[in-house]
Design a protein around this ligand. Structure first.
Ligand code: ATR
Length: 288
């Protein structure tokens, strides 16, 4: 069917600092095209100084909603009118919905991560242990998702210990029986903890352009055969971290399934329509 922009076209989009390589515009516009919807998804590259005005602009321009990405998922909260419960608990927002001038923040990364891990990684979270690199906005959603699914232990390794401590402090009241341990990025402790864990997740930006030669893991020998190695990065499709894991014969998963599944949840919030995740993922894999 022919697609045209007209006076009734509803605008959705993504706000971030470095969004040139984002696949979200492609994903959402493909879905819009497939279902012949009168929507258009646009990239909005916004500097930190302009973030407040950009969010106000959603109301002023009657934009239906936006995704929020690196590095604004936490900072954006102060500019919103309302927060959905999980976004409030996590302290990070990746989706804003504009309902007649009221901006509500959601976090669809939680369901996106869960679905990708369970469906694409074939991983059962309950009673398992996980090691997580990073303590930013993405890490918060990952930790929250794992706690909701009753993981036994989470070990967060982060360069800035304070940020990892904060995640634990913030989430403990909602999951009083949870077992969250935090560590600086040191090899010895990492070795012990990775040995015990079947899941290793990178939520840091190490491996993303321009840091494509970086990896959060100091030594490839730390991989073991029973590990699922998950990198939230999808560009490049295989970071150095994932290439090393693959070389070690370990099962890997990149950030594309999560990106697609969280995007579908956001799309549903804006349009009321929920496409089948697996189908969209297949379509995106075919054209990228
Ligand atoms: P996001 O919202 O995508 O999680 P973020 O909040 O900026 O982004 O978090 C980025 C994560 O990558 C943080 O855990 C950060 O570590 P710090 O908390 O110490 O800043 C991590 N990170 C980024 N660059 C890093 C580097 N060179 N070495 C180690 N960790 C790094």
């Amino acid at each position: 069917m022919k697609r045209e922009i007209n006076g009734k076209t509803k605008i959705i989009g993504i706000i971030g600092k470095n969004i040139e390589n984002s696949l979200s515009p492609l994903i959402h516009n493909q879905i819009i095209f497939k279902y012949s919807l009168n929507f258009c998804y646009l990239p909005f590259k916004v500097t930190e100084n302009d973030l407040s005005q950009a969010i106000q602009g959603i109301k002023a321009l009657n934009i239906r909603g936006v995704n929020i990405t690196f590095p604004y998922k936490e900072k954006v909260i102060e500019f919103l009118d309302e927060l959905e419960e999980s976004a409030r608990r996590i302290g990070a927002v990746n989706t804003i919905v504009n309902n007649k001038g009221i901006l509500t923040g959601y976090n669809t990364d939680v369901i996106g991560f869960k679905k990708s891990l369970q469906e694409d990684g074939k991983f059962i979270i309950k009673k398992k242990k996980a090691v997580i690199f990073g303590a930013g906005g993405a890490a918060r959603a990952v930790v929250y998702a794992l706690l909701e699914e009753e993981i036994e232990e989470i070990c967060i390794f982060n360069r800035t210990l304070e940020k990892a401590k904060k995640i634990k402090q913030n989430l403990l009241p909602f999951f009083p029986r949870s077992n969250i341990n935090i560590f600086p990025l040191e090899k010895e402790k990492l070795k012990d903890k990775i040995e015990e864990a079947p899941l290793l997740v990178n939520t840091t930006s190490l491996g993303m352009p321009p840091k494509i030669d970086n990896t959060p893991l100091p030594d490839e020998k730390l991989f073991h055969p029973n590990l699922l190695v998950y990198d939230l990065i999808y560009h490049p499709a295989k970071t150095l971290f994932l290439r090393q894991a693959e070389r070690a014969g370990v099962k890997i998963i990149n950030g594309l399934p999560m990106l697609v599944y969280q995007g579908i949840e956001s799309f549903h919030l804006w349009t009321g329509l929920k496409p089948e995740g697996k189908e969209v993922l297949k379509m995106i894999k075919r054209i990228t």
